[in-house]
Design a binder for this molecule. Structure first.
Ligand code: NI
Length: 136
């Protein structure tokens, strides 16, 4: 079993706030991320797939294919967008890094399964110091 990772970047706005909570309560729980007038992050997305090396090509997957798959199905939908408002697959969800990573997993898992590889993990950095990792 071998693992290979493709990194992509995107910039997006969001806020973390529950509509059924007051601003005070949201600020208490989510801090600066509850700012009613939004804020942005420079996200880094790491998509790791696993499988066996194809003896003919020497590849696990063609990284050009993986790049294209991630860009068309995820990056184009979130880059320079508002995660709370603009992104169809985040509708009705709190726009946390955790929920975003799970949503990206749910999108990419079946698409990658069409190749010889399998999705292993989604790692999503919201800041240099904070990231989540999801393995399904
Ligand atoms: Ni934030």
């Amino acid at each position: 079993m071998i693992y290979i990772t493709r990194r992509e970047s995107f910039n997006a706005a969001h806020k973390l706030a529950r509509e059924d909570w007051s601003l005070d309560k949201n600020t208490e729980v989510y801090g600066k991320c509850a700012n009613p007038n939004w804020h942005g992050h420079n996200y880094q997305l790491y998509v790791t797939v696993k499988g066996e090396v194809n003896p003919e090509t020497g590849f696990l997957v063609d990284l050009k294919w993986l790049k294209q798959l991630i860009n068309v199905n995820v990056i184009d939908k979130v880059d320079h967008k508002n995660l709370n408002i603009d992104v169809d697959f985040m509708q009705g969800k709190l726009a946390s890094t955790e929920n975003l990573a799970i949503a990206i997993w749910d999108i990419l898992k079946p698409l990658i399964a069409e190749s010889d590889a399998e999705l292993h993990s989604i790692k999503l950095y919201e800041t240099e110091n904070n990231f989540v990792e999801y393995l399904g």
